[in-house]
Write a protein that binds this ligand. Sequence first.
Ligand code: GLU
Length: 447
Amino acid sequence: MRGSDRIEQIYRDVVRRNPGETEFHQAVKEVLETLGPVLDKHPEYAEHKIIERLCEPERQLIFRVPWQDDRGEVQIARGFRVGFNSALGPYKGGLRFHPSVYLGIVKFLGFEQTFKNALTGLPIGGAKGGADFDPKGKSDGEIMRFCQSFMTTLYHYLGEYTDVPAGDIGVGTREIGYLFGQYKRITNRYESGVLTGKSPQWGGSLVRREATGYGTVYFVEEMLKARGDGLEGKTCTVSGSGNVALHVIEKLQQLGAKVVACSDSNGVIYDEQGVDLQVLKQLKEVERRRIRHYVEHRGAAQYLENGCIWDIPCQVALPCATQNELDEASARRLVENGCIAVGEGANMPTTPGGVRVFLNAGVAYAPGKAANAGGVATSALEMQQNASRDAWTFEYTERRLREIMQNIHRDCFETAKEFGSPGNYVIGANIVGFRRVAQAMLAFGVI
Ligand code: GLU
């Protein structure tokens, strides 16, 4: 059977075996579509059913998370942790607290994470988890009680050599603190390496907070460099205003680019003079408020309620909010308005139709699993520091992050060329990640 025929068959089976999990289907399809030539080159992968095994998570946990709100009322959320693949290291990936979370989202994220983590070249397997809990509008006490309840079930399945969660949407340093505190209390172990994204005051790594955003910008910088261009003076738009978006904006500004817009799920800020990061950080990180309040501090800026950020002309677009936030029509508009590069700080933010538009238009397009790998890479650096009971400087850690991003770019670039699609980072990223996981799986036999 030809590689591409076999892959169609595998995809049909995935859809049949995982009904209704549309985001998971989408993530699998996007990877499988690029693997036909790899199977033709490596018949041993087909013989040992590597792809079939890769599409089936190694383990999936769904659990009840009961908690009490501030009025004393009992609430019930659903928790998840999917260990997708541990061929290259312990399960590693974030936790997402958001009302949209269900098994299909967790599996798409865990599947992507497996390839992303392989791309970093560091010893980490792929996983994801979270809950359909909505942190929006919750008090600090409610967040703490929820995290404690969540960990009281999850701790059985974690360990620095087994499964190491971190943050994702809705989970930052504060939540990691409550989760770690509960783990420490119920296990009687100060096991720093069981969670990453900790505060540097108690075992976290410097640069982890900045890493996803900074890394995304480094990747875009490398893509532009490969085309004889650079970020200096470029007009950029960044969707979202969470941890990733804020640090994408910060690094873009450090490298001389101008960021004119960002957003949240209610609307868009357009600031022609360039976004004021101090105002934004104060609003989002300290006051935890919506971005509509930005205009109270910056009179010249506009707030576009329910606006679409991709309507705003830019040369570089950085989707840093969530999955499927940039569709085909938005991609067309970006291209028409002169966009030459796209770097995904979020996971799978561009729909398959949108990706096609970018690739056909010759836009330098960096898929999330390559572009945003700096976050989890720095998590692996945090694990290294924890294992050696060491703490590195900001400068050293940032240098390591930058080198990792440069290496990921080089590997994707060269592999795309090797497979006859120069400049196609989708193909490059999928094949590099897949080959690394596949080689390890082959070595381990049928497990
Ligand atoms: N949630 C992040 C991601 O999508 C980071 C995961 C981690 O650091 O383990 O890669």
